[in-house]
Design a protein around this ligand. Structure first.
Ligand code: CTP
Ligand code: MN
Ligand code: MN
Length: 504
């Protein structure tokens, strides 16, 4: 990607001088940019940029402000903050996400404020537990698509007794390298997760796609006996339990588990103390931080990690966008890691390539880096998207374990009881070119099943190829551009599915 004259470079030299008032082009708007969650550097950068583009931006919040711009903050948080500032939040006062301001900067004028820009109170996460959209789905099951990307799947799964069973069976088939049966049970779990009500009798399964005979047998057993004999057998199976245990170590996959199992290992302590086994750097870290990583990441911990990432990234690229992706973006309250997508509109190719290295050096100096594996980009702009449903992407990325001090976690303490003052947290950072950000965001938000079905749908229903980088129309032989996830859904002819409805 060729960038001429990075904006950011100029911005750094701008200092903090105020644009003279005669430069104000848009007099109806008075902006105020919230520092909270955004930080001083980035706020100063955006204020300066907006002023150069002819916007009036106030240093302080006052009654004259018409538009408040915030980042990574919900509408209710902004309202709360306003109350503390003793500013009445009048109906005229717009509360907007920073994406609106960025679009204005791009357009060089105020752009229309749409729903995606407006910080609707608590629209983000608490609504997960009581999702509106499901109510608009037809009550009958006749219209359920076989593709997860045409279903809305929130986190309140009312068929958990079935889906838990399917997931255990799918995992067991995976451990036994029976891909077909694994997929069948994963698809079945996925489709039941999208249902608005529990399955009570076999009649309720009529018309639901992705339920083959084996799956239906399990459903019937659970309806009749409250449990499935097959699932019970798996839970008592030695191979299943050993694989489950071994793969719970960061860096241990199916191949290693198979080897250890064949060698007769059944416990981690035996594996750990064996002198003949060679461990990879990843596995060594996996054993070293085993308990911390097993206890998983809470939302307050993820928020604290976000602050660390923001601070480090914005020190080098103040215009970078940092988005939490993965399970947390889908509204999950707990995750095995925290995933971030980073992209910068103004960075040169070299600055882009350097960023993760700089961030890692910074954390290393601060003593926060417990493990990292940096994978350089192998991205080629003109290459066709990958046809594989589970292909890895080509962006530069870094898999890390960070040291998170409890004192940095907002909820008081993070979920650890010992005297240890920190917790090891798995973090994934992905750096992507600005032009690919919508595809990367869609690809890294998941769930895995949702992603698989998006690609399957693109291929089979639209003669297009979708991956984490691009969307290619095979009929027209063109790459379809996208600035947002909405654009991609539109290209695919799909109704937009919000991140918290992608828990397929
Ligand atoms: N992903 C990907 N390429 C990878 C790894 C992950 O495209 N090499 C995508 C997957 O689609 C996945 C998302 O990134 O949905 C996040 O991956 P991961 O952290 O493994 O899963 P989560 O859904 O975030 O689950 P958890 O909360 O357990 O972390
Ligand atoms: Mn994740
Ligand atoms: Mn991840």
């Amino acid at each position: 990607m060729a960038h001429t004259g990075p904006r950011k470079k100029r911005a750094r030299q701008m200092g903090t001088s105020m644009a003279p008032t005669q430069d104000i082009k848009f007099r109806d708007l008075v902006l105020f940019i919230l520092e909270k969650k955004m930080g001083v550097t980035r706020r100063a950068f955006l204020m300066e940029l907006a002023r150069r583009k002819g916007f009036r931006v106030e240093n302080e919040l006052s009654d004259s402000v018409t538009h408040i711009v915030a980042e990574n903050t919900s509408g209710s948080d902004v309202l709360e903050w306003l109350q503390v500032q003793k500013i009445k939040s009048s109906a005229q006062l717009e509360l907007l996400d920073v994406s609106w301001l960025i679009e204005c900067m791009g357009a060089g004028r105020p752009v229309e404020m749409t729903g995606k820009h407006q910080l609707v109170v608590r629209r983000d996460l608490s609504s997960n537990t009581n999702p509106g959209p499901q109510k608009t789905l037809p009550p009958a099951v006749e219209n359920i698509s076989q593709y997860a990307c045409q279903r809305r799947t929130s986190l309140n799964n009312c068929n958990r007794i079935f889906t838990d069973a399917f997931e255990i069976l799918a995992e067991n088939f995976e451990f036994r390298e029976n891909g077909g049966s694994c997929l069948a049970f994963m698809r079945a779990a996925s489709v039941l997760k999208s249902l608005p009500s529990p399955i009570i009798s076999m009649r309720d399964t009529d018309g639901i796609p992705c339920l083959d005979d084996k799956v239906k047998c399990v459903i019937e057993e659970i309806i009749e006996d409250g449990e499935s004999a097959e699932v019970k057998a798996v839970l008592n199976d030695e191979r299943y339990n050993s694989f489950k245990l071994f793969t719970s170590v960061f860096g241990v996959g199916l191949k290693t588990s198979e080897k250890w199992f064949r060698m007769g290992f059944r416990t981690l302590s035996k594996v750990r103390s064996d002198k003949t086994l060679k461990f990879t750097r990843m596995q060594k870290a996996g054993f070293l931080y085993y308990e911390d990583l097993l206890s998983r990441v809470t939302r307050p911990e993820a928020d604290a990690v976000s602050m660390l990432v923001q601070e480090a990234v914005w020190a080098f690229l103040p215009d970078a966008f940092i988005t939490v992706t993965g399970g947390f973006r889908r509204g999950k309250k707990i995750g095995h890691d925290v995933d971030f997508l980073i992209t910068s509109p103004g960075a040169t190719e070299e600055e882009e390539q350097q960023l993760l290295h700089q961030v890692i050096n910074l954390w290393e100096k601060k003593g926060l880096l417990l493990y990292y594996d940096l994978v350089e980009s192998t991205f080629e702009e003109l290459k066709l998207p990958s046809r594989k449903v589970d292909a890895f992407d080509h962006f530069q990325k870094c898999f890390l374990i960070l040291k998170l001090y409890h004192q940095t976690v907002a909820s008081g303490q993070s979920s650890q009881l010992q005297e240890k003052t920190w917790k090891a947290i798995r973090v994934d950072l992905v750096m992507c070119p600005y032009a690919n950000r919508a595809f990367a965001l869609l690809g890294w938000t998941g769930s895995r099943q949702f992603e698989r079905d998006l690609r399957r749908y693109a291929t089979h229903e639209r003669k297009m190829i979708l991956d984490n980088h691009a969307l290619y129309d095979k009929t027209k032989r063109v790459f379809l551009k996208a600035d947002s996830e909405e654009d991609i859904f539109e290209h695919l002819g799909l109704e937009y599915i919000e991140p918290w409805e992608r828990n397929a």
